[in-house]
Design a protein around this ligand. Structure first.
Ligand code: FAD
Length: 406
């Protein structure tokens, strides 16, 4: 074993993958991960899905069992926070005043739920959904007959709404934008999800700005223009902010995320950053961006491990996402925000299975697939190949997506 000491700040999804990849890539130094949550590195997607529904046990959230970290010799300092990076000394200072010297430092600090600065926002009964602790707080009021108001109609808020209404809560979703999941999917998909949630019994209101919260001792009402929604519980799901303060205070460049290069290195050769907290140039999309997804956390974990171990970079990948709501699995390949043409396959206005393909200058750039795994898989390949496609064929159910290439 060498005298190299790698310190990871944060013990979430990206950190968990980094440790697994370092083990695979035969990293010869010692590894310490400091995480401020008291849990082994865990996956967050089930927090708004099966774990919230009570269908998945806590230990199923863990990426690896404790024995894995012991075997690889990784020291996990859990329930502890890194407060400061001393770059000249190659040292991090923890919340209990102790410090760790590093030869390589990896920032895997993730993101945190954005909160609202509105009157009454501090009332008990108003929660976010980011961590196991948040789910435990929500569960205290998460039972049949209670009324839940979800502020924000993004993926997490809508997944939560789906679980809640199935458990018998009266659910209202309030979204300020004109349509649901506006940041992630095209308009046709938003309209479909509005229908889906209404069919399942959720009261969905779009274009509604929340003005504040009221209640005696705890939240009882959400106040909007022209609307007052009764609430035993409010969950605010209005996006996430990257945890970049540690990096910024240490003088590292940040622009909506910690700036990293193609191998996840910051401008300091001894410091890397991975996961939700980073901003990186994506070679396939040809722009810098910050992605909040499991796929990105996994890829950047692998990328950083390879760079640290002096191995070639893993191949570029098409970003992809998913969301589970009721019996509908949404899978998205690529990013649709810059498309100039949308092609629909199937019927978005009836049933629960269709796909939308997004083109830019005739090239397939993204696909939203609802219960259409084959369309998703084939689109991912074509997006990665920057393939020009035949729009008429894409709309035709009888033609396989791979045969739509020009
Ligand atoms: C409810 C929910 C559902 C989701 N569903 C999906 C989904 O269906 N599909 C998908 O692709 N993505 C989903 N995501 C997003 C996905 O979970 C994230 O992109 C992923 O967790 C990012 O991994 P990360 O390691 O960058 O951050 P995290 O997993 O958030 O880990 C970062 C960790 O670092 C800790 N930390 C921060 N600062 C410090 C410090 N100074 N000292 C010590 N520790 C620190 C944080 O507390 C946290 O534990 C979901 C997220 C949530 C919250």
């Amino acid at each position: 074993m060498s005298d190299q000491h790698l310190v990871i700040v944060g013990a979430g999804h990206a950190a968990g993958q980094l440790i697994a990849s370092l083990a695979q890539d035969k990293y010869s130094g010692t590894v310490t991960a400091v995480g401020d949550e008291p849990y082994l590195p865990y996956q967050r997607p089930p927090l708004s899905k099966k774990f919230l529904a009570g269908e998945l046990a806590l230990d199923r959230l863990y990426l690896k069992p404790a024995a894995f970290y012991e075997k690889f010799g990784t020291r996990l300092l859990l329930g502890r926070r890194v407060e400061r990076i001393d770059r000249p000394a190659h040292r991090v200072v923890l919340d209990d005043g102790s410090s760790l010297d590093y030869s390589t430092l990896v920032l895997a600090t993730g993101s945190r739920a954005r909160t609202l600065s509105l009157p009454g926002a501090e009332l008990p009964g108003i929660a976010s959904l980011r961590s196991i602790a948040d789910v435990e707080a929500i569960r205290a009021r998460f039972s049949a007959g209670k009324s839940l108001v979800v502020v924000g109609g993004g993926y997490i808020g809508l997944e939560l709404a789906a679980v809640a209404v199935k458990l018998g809560l009266a659910v209202t979703v309030l979204e300020a934008a004109p349509r649901l999941m506006m940041r992630g999917v095209g308009p046709v998909v938003s309209t479909f999800y509005e229908r889906l949630h209404r069919e399942e019994g959720v009261a969905v209101h779009t274009g509604v700005a929340v003005k504040g919260f009221e209640g005696e001792g705890r939240v009882e009402r959400v106040v909007c223009e022209g609307l007052l929604a009764a609430a035993d519980l409010v969950v605010v799901g209005v996006g996430a902010l990257p945890n970049i303060e540690l990096a910024r205070t240490a003088g590292l460049a940040t622009t909506n995320g910690i700036d990293v290069d193609a191998r996840c290195r910051t401008e300091d050769p001894a410091i890397y950053a991975i996961g939700d907290c980073t901003n990186q140039h994506h070679p396939m999309l040809d722009r810098r961006l910050r992605l909040e997804s499991v796929h990105n956390a996994l890829e950047q974990g692998r990328m950083a491990a390879a760079a640290i171990c002096g191995l070639p970079a893993p191949p570029d990948q098409v970003p992809w996402f998913w969301s589970d709501q009721y019996d509908v699995k949404l899978q998205t390949a690529g990013l649709s925000d810059r498309h100039d043409q949308a092609i629909i396959r199937g019927r978005p206005d009836e049933g629960r299975s269709f796909a939308v393909f997004y083109l830019s200058d005739g090239v397939l750039v993204a696909c939203d697939a609802m219960n259409r795994a084959a369309e998703f898989m084939m689109s991912k390949v074509l997006v990665g190949a920057r393939a020009r496609v035949d729009a008429a064929k894409l709309a035709d159910e009888r033609v396989a997506v791979k045969d739509c290439r020009l």
